[in-house]
Design a binder for this molecule. Structure first.
Ligand code: ADP
Ligand code: MG
Length: 418
């Protein structure tokens, strides 16, 4: 079912004329399905980066030609037997109804990524006997693992190009009209530029900036960009920190970041499990981080000048200590994810007026952490423990001095932020 809360779904194209860009590709898909019985080609392989309309086009064409779509997300089906079972059956059994059918194998490069256990060869088998048109999609046509699909005589490749900036602007402007948002042209243009031709991400960006508002300014877009750039810079610094082996250099990377130490501790905390896989490494790294955290807590609690002398230890522990704990796991090029939900506390206002705030202050008093960190790091665990483990729960309740309303608030903490 379409979800109207999510704009890319709400504005899913319904007619051919709703699909922007790539007219040749769209026509090829239409003709392929329409003339399927009369031709040798059994399958199309649509290729192009995400968010350009590959999947949408298949659904539009199906609707217009009155076909049902049987969709198999290839990365859900991990091996040959499953593929043969699922696709094989739907490619053969004759529908009792006269309605046509399209088999859609979305993201076949994902399938091969799960150590191809004969997945590709199973698809090739199905191609020979299918009674219905098959349409596959992929992001990377030149992925070696799908080479034999790409070169199969029964398959034709159809390329989708990124959506041109002007077209992205048109779509976004249209959505703003429908949503009753007065948007500055420069704002829309900036979002379109950022999208790099990925229409889905452009629509998502527009929603995250403008949903529920009646105006959108260039400033709004820029300020989000800046915080994203900042996050990205910080992320790259941390990557460097985990890569370096020279203590002096490790410390410099971190000292030069110019961010709040609290935030940095939070990021390091999140990054450690991506960079270390061995238990011993993890234990070492978290021990260093815990010590940095305790020292920093002291600094924050007192703010007297003499405690600031602890800062070099905080920095050293969280940078050199943590990084050099990686002794076994080879360096991993971890990818940056934007919109890390841990860093969003959109409902802090509601929180401050609610019952959870007392509990958080009690935790802060004992741990010296900021309220934000108490929320993101401690509450998820405490709530699970209080729900499930009476004995441990009792210990925790005594240690922090929680009363009944505190306990109830912690157990239900997620609801407060929704
Ligand atoms: N060419 C396009 N025309 C209109 N809308 C598009 C187009 N491409 C993407 N979209 C929007 O983005 C969403 C996702 O597109 P989708 O077809 O799933 O892209 P892909 O399969 O190429 O990743 C659609 O629901 C639609 O809202
Ligand atoms: Mg898709």
């Amino acid at each position: 079912m379409l979800n109207n809360d999510i704009w890319p779904e709400k504005y899913f194209p319904k007619e051919i004329s709703d699909i922007v860009g790539n007219p040749t590709a769209v026509k090829k898909i239409y003709d392929f399905v329409k003339n399927w019985k009369k031709q040798k080609i059994k399958a199309l392989l649509l290729t192009g980066r995400p968010g350009v309309g590959k999947t949408s086009t298949v659904y539009v064409v199906a609707r217009i030609l009155d076909h049902e779509v049987v969709e198999v997300n290839a990365s859900d089906v991990r091996n040959k037997d499953n593929i043969l079972r699922i696709i094989g059956r739907s490619s053969l059994d004759n529908t009792l109804f006269s309605k046509g059918r399209i088999l859609l194998l979305d993201e076949v490069d994902g399938l091969a990524g799960n150590q191809d256990r004969g997945g590709v060869s199973a698809i090739k088998t199905v191609l020979k006997s299918t009674k219905f048109p098959i349409i596959m999609t992929c992001n990377d046509l030149y992925d070696k693992k799908i080479a034999s699909l790409r070169n199969d005589k029964l398959v034709t490749v159809v390329k989708f190009r990124p959506i041109k900036k002007d077209s992205v602007i048109k779509v976004l402007t249209n959505i703003c009209k429908k949503e009753g948002i007065e948007a500055e042209y420069e704002a829309i243009m900036k979002i379109a530029e950022n999208s790099g031709g990925d229409l889905r991400s452009a629509i998502m960006d527009l929603q995250s900036l403008a949903d529920g508002k009646n105006a959108l300014t260039y400033e709004d877009v820029i300020s989000v960009n800046q915080s994203r750039n900042r996050e990205e810079m910080l992320f790259n610094a941390l990557k460097q920190m985990f890569l370096e082996r020279d203590p002096q250099k490790i410390r410099n990377v971190i000292s030069n970041t110019d961010v709040d130490w609290n935030l940095l501790l939070q990021w390091v905390n999140e990054q450690i499990p991506h960079h270390m896989k061995e238990m011993k490494e993890l234990v070492d790294a978290y021990q260093f981080l815990a010590r940095a955290d305790i020292f920093y807590g002291r600094i924050q609690n007192r703010m007297e000048s003499e405690v600031w002398s602890l800062l070099p230890y905080v920095i050293e522990d969280m940078s050199i200590g943590v990084s050099l704990s990686r002794t076994e796991t080879p360096f991993r090029n971890v990818q940056y994810f934007r919109n890390n939900p841990n860093f969003y506390f959109a409902n802090l206002g509601k929180f401050r007026r609610g019952p959870l705030v007392n509990a958080c202050y009690k935790i802060r008093e004992k741990t010296g952490k900021s309220i934000e960190r108490v929320i993101s790091e401690d509450l998820p665990f405490l709530s699970i423990i209080l729900k499930n483990d009476k004995k441990k729960g009792e210990e925790i309740i005594n240690a922090f001095g929680f009363d009944k309303p505190d306990i109830k608030a912690i157990i239900n903490f997620e609801k407060i932020f929704n």
